[in-house]
Design a protein around this ligand. Sequence first.
Ligand SMILES: *Cc1c(COP(=O)(O)O)cnc(C)c1O
Length: 368
Amino acid sequence: MVTVDLNRLTENYHAIRRHVGASVVMPVLKANAYGHGLVEVARHMEALGAAVLGVAFLEEGILLREQGIRTPILVLGGIMGDQVPLFLQHDLALTASSVEKLTQIDQAAQALGIRARVHLKIDTGMERIGVHYYSAESLLEASLTCRFTEIEGIFSHFANADAADLTSARVQLERFDEVLRFYEKRSLPTPTRHMANSGAVLQLPESHYDLVRPGILLYGVYPSNEVRRSVAVTPALEWTSRVVYFKVLKPNHPVSYGSTWESDHLVRLVTVPVGYGDGYFRALSNRAEVLLNGKRYPVVGRICMDQFMVNIEWESAYNGDVVTLVGAQGGQTISVEDLANWADTIPYEILTNINTRVPRVYVRADTD
Ligand SMILES: *Cc1c(COP(=O)(O)O)cnc(C)c1O
């Protein structure tokens, strides 16, 4: 079970808002709101008064509209030409990353008699999507001739804003500023400018522009170990399960697929009904720890699709006891960073992989 503390989300949102001053905060809700539950988190952000929400895909935007979210939504990812009418029909702002895409959007808007809302995407060094900064002028020129499209925003994305060394991030920032001079030179109003992800929110105040796009930070997790923690946030998510089986394991009786672990003495094991099918990665086998009765115990043997085993040596545990995979128990904590380290990945991948079959529960825990 995943428990999301909405009060923590509120506090994190306000902490980010205070930090960025006049810039608008666009909560990024892609990938099931980093595992926290897309619709619930969107409702909560809407209730908090967020001016605009960010998602990656058309499908995420449509789901939010179908669930009654009225707040403006920007789809940050690339678009397929044949999807454009769906964006427009669901009142989703689109990302235009080339002249061709922009033209498709403007034509689709004309055909439907709807005004399209577009943000221009400039590639300043990520080499993912977006028109290159050195040929951006053609896209900006083209945007001035669109008759059925409102250019709401112009944005770019950092490749290294969460690093200790910000040299390359600063180069990207300069390239973006150079592109933005287009408007100044022509005395045209500049659309809403945005570039900052969580790392840049924390480390690069000069990148905050008119709007910032924090994802992981909103959920209370820092984007990297080396990033400056200039905003205090707290994790909003706990992941728990319960002991489903208890047994005594004889020496030299290997545990789980592949028989990768055995004990040379008598121990007690408990089985937990969570597996890689829930997003508890197989890479955590024989590496992760869990909390049970306020103590840390190791995961032993391979993690299966739906279950894994924990060695509690000769201590006691009972069926139904709470097992914490991420969160706190008895003064001990296991963080998503811990899981990421054990699985040789990053916190983002841990959070976004907690499968939808894991029930989500929303609480507003008392905070002082
Ligand atoms: C995912 C994403 C973000 C948020 O990134 P975090 O590192 O989680 O803050 C911001 N902007 C774009 C374009 C993204 O794809």
